[in-house]
Design a protein around this ligand. Structure first.
Ligand code: IMP
Length: 425
């Protein structure tokens, strides 16, 4: 069965990195389809921690080819430093890692614009990661972006940078009161990266289509989560790409029928980083306990994540939007010490009960969660690797989550190591 997609079904940070790493051992190819260095996928192997931002989490398995698709926005500096970091730790990347020439480049002025917009007194603060994601996708859509393949056409590259800076420098000077960006400096740096990146550039779409035709096993790796999707998330508090499963098709250039399975990754409670509605957010000691027990600090920015109970209304929506076949429920052990666990089963808005997430963001900001309280298990599930070894209250929690979000939980993660995983038949 050729392509399995992994999607986050919350606001990102569901623990996709570990699930991708685990499934990668049975794959020929792992391909990242959207986003950029805003992601932070944490994988722990033999007690050693790896945080991957751009490179697919399959890279830690020998013999698995890792591809970065056209839908990704590539920061060459971040990419090369990640490559060097992996090599320095003895992970082979040459011959195992390829980037699409069609992927757009994050330029220095994208990062500057992202940060300037976020710190501006006017406008909507999104709480971005400051990695230039929004401005890079905006330039792509406006057809003024630069792509990886353009690094190898220096004259064209320089002309496009100069063209882009005509308008960006007006913004820097007049709106943000900052210094202009220099064409020469950018070209010197980026054309310098070109030769280092060249060995990794390939026709990734073509490779994937050939792999699918040959019946190879491909894992499409999403970053962020469904509720951060530019179309189906809580706009404008979203990222600028398509983390939902449709993004796997457009971002990789594979036909829809190649996709045979969708695995949604759902954390046993909720977190969100940045601004935007979060109905089950806990601004109290319980939220603090979740943050401390779950180590809920951004893998990319170090920011403390907002924490709350599992939102099954949002989960049900994401399962439906993505056609999730199976769920991987992660970080179950973080709930070990709670005597009672709440799950949001519906919302209340203006005195009315809502079973479904509102289609607009403004009412979502005003909804109140309706909770069902389940008994906790008050014992350690850390490292449990057999379903029947879980306490009955934990199994009951999983059963209820399945009913509420309408998908089967086939994988349960009980810790960061590869071994701390339950696979249900
Ligand atoms: P951007 O993707 O940096 O533009 O940020 C847009 C929104 O997506 C912000 O709320 C970020 O906190 C959020 N975001 C981006 N990447 C991630 C991620 O990998 N995990 C969780 N949230 C993310």
């Amino acid at each position: 069965m050729p392509v399995t997609a992994i999607v986050g079904v919350q606001w990102g940070d569901e623990g996709k990195g570990k699930i991708v790493d685990m499934l990668a051992q049975r794959m020929d190819i792992v391909a990242r389809y959207q986003g950029g260095a805003n992601a932070g996928h944490t994988v722990v192997v033999d007690g050693e921690k790896f945080v991957l931002h751009l490179i697919p989490s399959g890279i830690l398995h020998r013999g698995v080819q890792c591809l970065i698709g056209a839908g990704v926005v590539l920061d060459p500096e971040a990419f090369l430093s990640e490559v060097e970091g992996l090599k320095g730790r003895g992970i082979p990347v040459e011959g195992a890692l390829y980037v699409s020439g069609r992927a757009h480049l994050i330029m220095p002025y994208h990062k500057r614009l992202d940060r300037a917009a976020e710190s501006s007194a006017t406008g909507t603060k999104i709480g971005t990661t400051g990695r230039g994601i929004g401005p890079a996708y905006a330039d792509k859509a406006a057809r003024v972006g630069l792509r990886v393949a353009d690094l190898f056409r220096p004259d064209y590259f320089r002309a496009r940078v100069a063209q882009a800076l005509e308008s960006k420098n007006i913004l820097f000077g007049h709106v943000y009161k900052e210094a202009a960006s220099s064409v020469d400096e950018i070209c010197a740096a980026y054309l310098g990266y070109a030769e280092q990146i060249r060995p990794y550039v390939a026709d990734v779409g073509g490779m994937l289509r050939a792999a699918v035709a040959a019946g190879k096993r491909v894992l499409a790796e999403g970053a962020q989560g469904a509720l951060l999707d530019i179309d189906h998330g809580t706009y404008p508090f979203v990222t600028s790409s398509a983390p939902c499963v449709g993004g796997a098709l457009t971002g990789l250039g594979i036909p829809p029928k190649a996709l045979t399975r969708v695995i949604g990754v759902l954390k046993a409670y909720s977190t969100r980083v940045g601004e935007g509605p979060f109905p089950t957010e806990l601004d109290d000691g319980v939220g603090e306990r979740l943050r401390a027990a779950g180590g809920e600090y951004g893998a990319t920015t170090g920011r403390p994540r907002r924490c709350g109970w599992l939102d099954a209304v949002a989960g049900r929506y994401s399962v439906a939007v993505n056609g999730v076949d199976d769920l991987a429920l992660t970080k179950l052990d973080v709930l070990d010490d709670f005597a009672e666990i709440n799950v949001c089963v519906a919302y209340e808005l203006d005195g009315k009960r809502l079973e479904d997430i509102p289609d607009d963001t403004e009412p979502l900001e005003r909804v109140k969660p309706v909770y069902e309280t389940l008994p906790g298990w008050k014992c350690s599930t850390a490292g449990v690797d057999k379903y029947l070894d879980l306490p009955s209250a934990a199994r009951r929690y999983i059963d209820r989550v399945e009913e509420l979000v309408r998908a089967k939980v086939s994988i349960v993660s009980t810790g960061e190591s590869r071994a701390a995983t339950i696979i249900r038949k």
